[in-house]
Ligand binder design. Structure first.
Ligand code: NAP
Length: 493
């Protein structure tokens, strides 16, 4: 049974439609608004304020004005705000899940999983807020003392993507709050509603005015450009595509900003002949089809030992072919729509080129008729080594399979990309798994596991997949800087 139209309307009526600046929900300059659409139907869900550069400047003013006072709050107080936010999000889990399904398209069951994952950053960093520590030591020559302290970096610009509307926001906001930083958040224009509702929850949890400011907009560069140039800004944290990340790094250089970059991926999923193939297929389903393949962690290339490639491909294709597509609000939907027509066209172009080059579709290979931007889950084998689909992020429910014969070849294929976010390895031989892990150029590795995301783990990539880590003990470091105080010898009189 699906969700009623009344329930959808009642939830949408609770989403703030203004810009959050200095604790107030305000109209955008000139009363400008934009529509947020349901990708499963193409219909407008809600119109919300569309920030201009001037609105962005007001948000930056608010963040800068709040910084000194916020940095002085007791860590316990910051932790308790986060803890309350965790409880409020958990109480409203169904609201957040439905809102994400409506604006992003993912099936409700997956949206519920994202609420749990996203809320966990609030709980994790509520606990980290009180564990920020420094050190006091004696200099090697015994003549002075070294006091090392860690302080909030200052106002941060946070830019998030559309694919995980809650988790990508909490993964940045929670450590920034814990560290004592103020923020301007610019959510993705395709899925801003979850951030709007989440910001209201943060205010309800007791976050003081000006600490979190939210500027949803259709003019990302116009709003963030001047903020990046503002000398009061200290950091930019971005999750999104590598080209946009590269341009933000260039902009950040001018102001010498701290940067955290969670960028694109091209994850290899390696299956050795000694793997438990049923478990490998379970892992492949999660690594490929979660979020319709619209995840930076999505397995992008299946690299399977030639001796088991046919068996793996058949088992995988049978499971993939049984996935039902539909609006995410229907309980039996396993695969929702892609985010928009442009994304669906891109996915289909990659598949068509691979098929033209000699690949074979075991299932799928076609978009589905509208309304909505659905693409049939697809498994491709015999994919040519030079196919574009092996080089670019697919961001759709499409699994290309290539084969290898020896360990070194598997590693060479896996590392043959400018990305290095996550890799997956399936083998029963733990030594082999660890050895391959040491050889792979990757920030994260799933060893016999198709999902690696965990609030307690350091998430992030190497190469062009990014800089810095989110989550884990490392996550808060991104929002702290180290200050050292040299103290004269206390015995010197
Ligand atoms: P995107 O096009 O790079 O957009 C990400 C964010 O940047 C959005 O808020 C977007 O605003 C904004 N943006 C775009 N151009 C900008 C500019 N010139 N200046 C400032 N901001 C700008 O990426 P996406 O399509 O939303 O997300 C998919 C990408 O994110 C994939 O590459 C995926 O791998 C990556 N991703 C990475 C991680 C990770 O942790 N490594 C996690 C999730 C996603 P608009 O909405 O207005 O365009």
């Amino acid at each position: 049974m699906g969700i009623s139209a009344d329930r959808e309307a009642e939830l949408l009526a609770q989403v703030p439609t203004g810009l959050l600046i200095d604790g107030q929900w305000r109209d955008a300059a000139g009363g400008r608004t934009f529509d947020v659409e349901d990708p499963a139907t193409g219909k407008t869900l809600l119109s919300i304020a569309d920030a201009s550069a001037g609105d962005g400047a007001l948000a930056m003013d608010a963040a800068a004005a709040a910084q000194a006072g916020w940095a002085r709050t007791a860590p316990r107080e910051r932790g308790e705000i986060l803890r309350r936010a965790f409880e409020l999000v958990t109480e409203r889990a169904e609201d957040f899940a439905l809102l994400m399904t409506l604006e992003m398209g993912k099936p409700l069951a997956e949206a519920r999983g994202e609420v749990t994952y996203g809320a966990e950053f609030l709980r994790w960093f509520s606990e980290e807020a009180v564990r920020i520590s420094g050190r006091y030591s004696t200099a090697p020559d015994g003549k002075s003392r070294l006091l090392v302290n860690r302080k909030p970096v200052g106002p941060c610009l946070l830019i998030t993507p559309w694919n995980f509307p809650l988790a990508m926001a909490t993964r940045k906001i929670a450590p920034a709050v814990a560290a004592g930083c103020t923020m301007v958040l610019k959510p993705a224009k395709l899925t801003p509603l979850t951030s709007q509702l989440f910001a209201a929850v943060m205010m309800e949890a007791g976050l003081p005015a000006g600490v979190l400011n939210v500027v949803s907009t259709t003019a990302a560069g116009d709003v963030t450009g001047p903020i990046l140039k503002d000398s009061r800004l200290r950091k930019v944290s971005f999750t999104g595509s590598t080209p946009v990340g590269q341009s933000l790094i260039r902009d950040a250089a001018e102001n010498v900003l701290r940067t955290s970059m969670e960028l694109g991926g091209n994850a290899p999923f390696i299956v050795f002949e000694d793997a438990d193939l049923d478990k490998a297929v379970d892992g492949a389903m999660a690594a490929k089809l979660r979020n319709m393949g619209e995840a930076c962690t999505a397995a992008n290339r299946f690299i399977v030992q030639d001796t088991v490639a046919d068996e793996f491909a058949e088992k995988f294709a049978a499971r993939v072919g049984a996935m039902t597509t539909g609006r995410g609000t229907e309980e039996d939907t396993k695969i929702g729509p892609l985010i928009d027509g442009k994304s669906r066209d891109k996915v289909h172009a990659l598949v068509s080129e691979a098929l033209d080059g000699g690949a074979v579709a075991l299932v799928g290979g076609e978009p589905e008729d509208g309304p909505g931007y659905f693409y049939r889950p697809t498994v491709l084998k015999n994919v040519p080594a030079d196919a574009r689909i092996l080089k670019e992020e697919i961001f759709g429910p499409v699994a290309p399979i290539v084969t290898f014969s020896g360990e070194d070849e598997a590693v060479a294929l896996a590392n043959n990309t400018e990305y290095g976010l996550v890799s997956y390895v399936f083998t029963r031989d733990l030594n082999r798994g660890l050895r391959i892990g040491e050889k792979l150029e990757t920030g994260m590795l799933g060893l016999n596991a198709g999902v690696v995301s965990n609030a307690a783990a350091p998430f992030g990539g190497v190469k062009q997949s990014g800089l810095g880590r989110e989550g884990g003990a490392e996550g808060i470091d991104e929002y702290l800087y180290t200050q050292y105080i040299g103290i004269a010898d206390p015995y010197a009189g």
